[in-house]
Each structure stands twice: as C-alpha cells, then as structure tokens.
Design a protein around this ligand. Structure first.
Ligand code: SF4
Length: 116
C-alpha cells in the first residue's frame, strides 16, 4: 500500500502453469516467456525494472492491478517484519528506492501498514 519497492526491484517470474491460459490466474498479456518453463511479468525482465501491474508511486501510494490474480512468488514475498522476521530482500529493495528500513535484524517491525 505504501511501499511497492519489491515490485519495482526484483524479477517476478513463475511457472507458466500459473498463466490464465493454462488454467492459472495471471493475465497472459501482462507477461512474457522467460524460459521454456517460466513466465515473467512485463517490466521485471531485467531484474531491476518495474512490474507493469504496479500502479502508483513507490514509497508513497501503490497498488497491484492484479492483486487477486498475482503469481505465487508475489504472494509468497514477505515484508521485513512480517511475523517478526527480518527479510533482507525486502530491506534491499526498500534501500534501493531510498526508503527507510522496516526492521533491523532482531528488532521489532515498524511497518505502519501492519502495525497493530
Ligand atoms: S504482479 Fe503485483 S504483486 Fe506481483 S510484482 Fe507485479 S505489482 Fe507486484
């Protein structure tokens, strides 16, 4: 909601069986073939781009246009501090976009979206 750094940093690739045309959920038109077995979200091919399904401004207000249909890697990505667990990849993506850390290793999370 207020971050989106991971969606504008990492390659979002997944097995082609997750494509809508194969019985999955991810709209084919938002993807490209990465390997014989993997599809990738447009914009994230090089691993440093921005997913074509990401709306808004990273670090301010963002949303995923296909949130209910997103692929398993998107569903599985953890924000740093989720369940009290530090996540280096999340923190790296945030740092790349000039955003402050959500959590220091072994410290309580500070994500305002998830604060109790
Ligand atoms: S599909 Fe949605 S959750 Fe996945 S990388 Fe793109 S914007 Fe982010």
């Amino acid at each position: 909601m207020t971050c989106g750094a991971c969606c504008a940093t990492f390659r979002a690739s997944f097995h082609w069986l997750e494509l809508a045309s194969a019985g999955g959920t991810v709209p084919d038109e938002l993807t490209a073939q990465l390997t014989p077995h993997l599809a990738v979200m447009h914009g994230t091919h090089a691993g440093q781009g921005r997913c074509c399904a990401l709306d808004g401004a990273v670090g301010k207000q963002v949303s995923c246009r296909i949130y209910p249909q997103r692929s398993s890697p998107c569903r599985d990505f953890r924000w740093s501090g989720e369940d009290g667990i530090y996540d280096e990849r999340c923190e790296k993506a945030r740092a790349r976009h000039g955003l402050p850390p959500l959590m220091q290793p072994h410290a309580p999370p500070t994500n305002p979206d998830r604060a109790a």
